[in-house]
Write a protein that binds this ligand. Structure first.
Ligand code: ASP
Length: 327
């Protein structure tokens, strides 16, 4: 079965604590050829946006927010502009951000008219004593802090509206047989900053035709993302219900805590998810010592990483292209 093949793309071990690392993903799924190039361009751009923050001395938290915002602004991805539509044809987005230094985390779920849910999640983390605000509450909070809202329709891309119409008849099939791997391309980022802190963020419109009010793994701490300076930072993507059942992000880091490498931990955890609950997905991870890993069990996952002055990226299993960045 497909999920038994684990595609591990990269793992690098580094010693220097002063190096910064930025890794992003644009969702693990069967990305069609017509979206392949734009997805790769989008993740490369996002990784560079996040890396700019890190190279300017910014925090891992600022970097993951910047990287995810750039993908939320890009209609190629299922987050912010371009989010998938639920069974009622509405946008309902989820996002999380987490700081590995303090374990502070903020998340929002089922929000409708916010351009950058990851920034609202960060505001939940920094301006409230809560971890996750949902739906109307999240929108009321956004209003209370003066965060701009947009008419929900402006978030819906032409592509998504067409795909939603096209797949309407297959709602049950998509939900019951996720491994048809249609229509989900959540975005995520993990970073290590020059102070040795790690952070992560994940943002999504969820799975097309999801039930109204359905919340997947992405905004759930320990499932869609987790960051802890003692072990590392992880952002996940894939079938949300499967990721929730195995708390994938935390599962990966629990293997790391037992002394396994990030690569082995990611592989073992994705294999466990496939074997135990028949779910496919992907993860990106970074450790405080500068290891980073990209792994997925879906057909494709667009990813990119900036490690020093090298931009690495890929889409298909085993792919790892490299570009030297200008210094
Ligand atoms: N994990 C997301 C969800 O289930 C979908 C994805 O990663 O593409 O909502």
């Amino acid at each position: 079965m497909r999920w038994r093949q684990i595609h591990l793309v990269q793992w690098v071990e580094r010693d220097s604590k002063m190096s910064t690392i930025m890794v992003v993903h644009g969702g693990a799924w069967a990305i069609p050829d017509e979206l392949a190039e734009s997805s790769v361009d989008g993740v490369k751009f996002a990784a560079c946006e996040g890396s700019k923050v890190l190279k300017g001395g910014g925090s891992a938290l600022d970097a993951v927010e910047a990287a995810v915002r750039s993908m939320e602004d890009n209609t190629e991805f299922n987050a912010g502009h371009g989010a998938t539509l639920n069974a009622a044809g509405e946008v309902e987005m989820d996002a999380i951000i987490m700081d590995g230094k303090t374990l502070s985390s903020g998340a929002v779920s089922a929000v409708k008219n916010i351009t950058n849910p990851v920034s609202l999640a960060r505001a939940v983390m920094e301006k409230t004593t809560n971890v996750n605000l949902t739906s109307r509450g999240a929108n009321l909070f956004a209003e209370s802090i003066g965060m701009a809202t947009v008419p929900t329709d402006t978030l819906v891309s032409v592509y998504e509206r067409k795909e939603w119409e096209r797949h309407k008849a297959y709602v049950t099939g998509v939900m019951e047989d996720f491994n048809s791997q249609w229509a989900h391309d959540t975005v995520g980022a993990v970073a290590l900053d020059c102070a040795g802190n790690v952070a992560c963020a994940t943002s999504t419109g969820g799975i097309r035709h999801k039930m109204v009010g359905r919340v997947g793994d992405s905004p759930i701490i320990g499932s869609g993302a987790y960051a802890d300076n003692f072990t590392g930072a992880v952002s996940c993507t894939g079938h949300g219900e499967s990721i929730l059942k195995v708390t994938l992000a935390r599962l990966i880091l629990s293997h790391v805590a037992q002394g396994k490498s990030l690569a082995d931990s990611s592989q073992l955890s994705l294999k466990y998810m496939g074997d135990r609950v028949q779910g496919a997905g992907g993860a990106i991870a970074v450790s405080p010592s500068g290891q980073w890993a990209v792994a997925f069990t879906t057909v494709r996952m667009a990813w990119a990483a900036v490690d020093g002055d090298v931009l690495c990226y890929g889409l298909n299993p085993g792919e790892r292209f490299k570009e030297q960045l200008a210094q």
